[in-house]
Design a protein around this ligand. Sequence first.
Ligand SMILES: Cc1ncc(COP(=O)(O)O)c(C=O)c1O
Length: 387
Amino acid sequence: MNIEQLRIDTPAVAQLIHFNNAGAALMPAPVIEVMTRHIQLEASLGGYEAAGKQSAELENVYCAIGQLINAQPDEIAVIENATRAWDMAFYSLPLQPGDVVLTSPTEYAGNYIPYLQLKQQRGIEIRVIPNDEHGQVSLSALKDMLDDDRVALISLPVIATNGGPVQPIEQIGALARAAGVLFLLDACQGVGQMPIDVQKIGCHMLAATSRKYLRGPRGMGFLYVERSLCQNLEPVFLDLHAASLQTAHRFKIRADARRFENWECNVAAKLGLGAAVEYALAQGVEPMWQRIQQLAGYLRQRLTGIPGFTPRDLGIQKSGIVTFTHRDSSAAQLQQWLAGQEKRINVSTSTFRSTLLDMQHRDLLEVSRASLPRTTLKQKSTQWLPR
Ligand SMILES: Cc1ncc(COP(=O)(O)O)c(C=O)c1O
């Protein structure tokens, strides 16, 4: 991986330290170029005409995403964010009263709320898989929970929004497959940060976003649905892109995963997502993941030695999202202090509102979140810490 080139492609790193990749990363130059060019094309030709000219590039977005996660292009839907992509899969599942959804304590509130809604509307049951002694999903507990044949779905994030463990998703996928239970993976914080291979994981559905570790534009995401499942899953919403009108009384839903899309979209952002995926592929996801883990490990180690700071990440394998609390300062105070003119360091705060179960369990209201990018230089990664 050419760190120097990465930094040249990300000019803002000369002025600031952006440790908010779990929020929204800095887009690299090739992504910005593709999007700017398309907006200029729209301005000079018209929106539809510009899209027509880019039809091959637009098709290529599906191929690039497929390559990134080891799926086929027809198993990909490009949707405006991870939440809506996830919703399209989840709400389309034919869950019946009494069906059980298994999730992890690290579940994102944006996914947990839909569980509660279907609990109210359809009478599904939510069960939370306990953590093991390392703070990640207990595989033995999951195995036992899968003995109940009312379990219809396992649904959890590979990496939570508030840091914590990288969940053992391949083992979870293997257990799901063995039990004949669907597995919906929220890979929002994983895609672009770590290798995600849907064949190895064995998940049936996966939702992700463009703007975080993948470094694509905001307002873009995607959904993967395994081909054999896709045609049995009727999208909760349909339009004239997802389906076609055959007669005045009949419509036909398209066969591929684009049945979960809708017609109008931000074409420049879609092309930007494709460029971000290609950028990540060109660098190699595995070396990126190694580097991110190395930098995050270094930061955690440095934090441990500084009085007042408590690192908060659990799990055997940890991600690039480093979370911590400070004895005397709130997360908002730290965020403001670090963002100050001299330091210009972007970190964020993650509160119990995003991951209520996990935060309650750990008796935390908030954590500071420094989500490290691959562009960081090691000597810079702790220059901001009080000595
Ligand atoms: C784990 C996780 N899942 C889902 C989402 C939602 O993603 P989006 O904002 O793209 O809908 C987030 C956003 O922070 C997240 O961290």
